[in-house]
Design a protein around this ligand. Structure first.
Ligand code: SAH
Length: 216
């Protein structure tokens, strides 16, 4: 067993299963995807640690447990079209790519998008489209989405995401202050105004900067 494989197995056990994530599809994919591909060379030995890490441009790759928790909350079965806002390193994108039919990921910083594209290509994640844009608008061209995941914190839930969520769809987004947020899951029912809100706990994300987020 190679070194990283061992670290991944340990990450799964101690950080993710131990905290209650039980969706076997999510666990399997996170056991397979080489998270160390997505961090800088200088941080390789920390790639499987229980915390976020810097990825340049003052942004971070999310803590593995948060990736698992948010992904599980999307309840993916393999047939979904997913919208992700905040590609960052592309790690969460890779996880989604293996669990859904298609992933559209929007990132506002082009250098990060470019880097992520290359790694995702190397991992043969061919069902992913990465767009450089203000993702607080969502991505109207491909709406509605069965699942929407936002990996940057917003002061409120942008109405664009609710508008672009399919009936029966799930949205997961950090909402609250600039430094601390609540992870909120919104489930859209079959009637147009039927929205259910659920608090998944506290979290800390970088800011969603844009028209419907924080003003940069
Ligand atoms: N899931 C990513 C998290 C990256 S951090 C990972 O684990 O690597 C959040 C990302 O959201 C940053 O890359 C930041 O540039 C991006 N972001 C912030 N506001 C945005 C917006 N309005 N549209 C698109 N991306 C945005």
């Amino acid at each position: 067993m190679d070194k990283y494989k061992k670290q991944r197995a340990r990450m799964l056990e101690r950080q993710i299963r131990a905290r209650g994530v039980s969706d076997e599809r999510v666990l399997k994919v996170m056991e397979e995807i080489p998270r160390h591909f997505f961090v800088d060379e200088a941080l390789l030995d920390q790639a499987y640690n229980d915390n976020p890490l810097p990825i340049g441009e003052r942004q971070t790759i999310s803590q593995p447990y948060i990736v698992a928790l948010m992904t599980e909350a999307l309840e993916l079965t393999g047939s979904e079209k997913v919208l992700e806002i905040g590609t960052g390193s592309g790690y969460q994108t890779a996880v989604l790519s293996r669990l859904a039919d298609r992933v559209i990921s929007v990132e506002r910083i082009s250098s990060l998008a470019e880097k992520a594209r290359k790694i995702l290509e190397r991992l043969k994640c061919f069902n992913v489209l990465i767009a450089v844009s203000d993702g607080s608008f969502g991505w109207k061209d491909e709406a509605p989405y069965d699942a929407i995941i936002v990996t940057a914190g917003a002061p409120d839930i942008p109405r664009t995401y609710i508008e672009q969520l399919a009936r029966g769809g799930r949205l997961v987004i950090p909402v609250g202050g600039a430094h601390e947020q609540k992870l909120v899951r919104v489930v859209r029912g079959t009637l147009p105004d039927d929205l259910e809100y659920e608090d998944l706990g506290g979290c800390r994300f970088v800011n969603l900067i844009g028209e419907y987020g924080w003003k940069g």
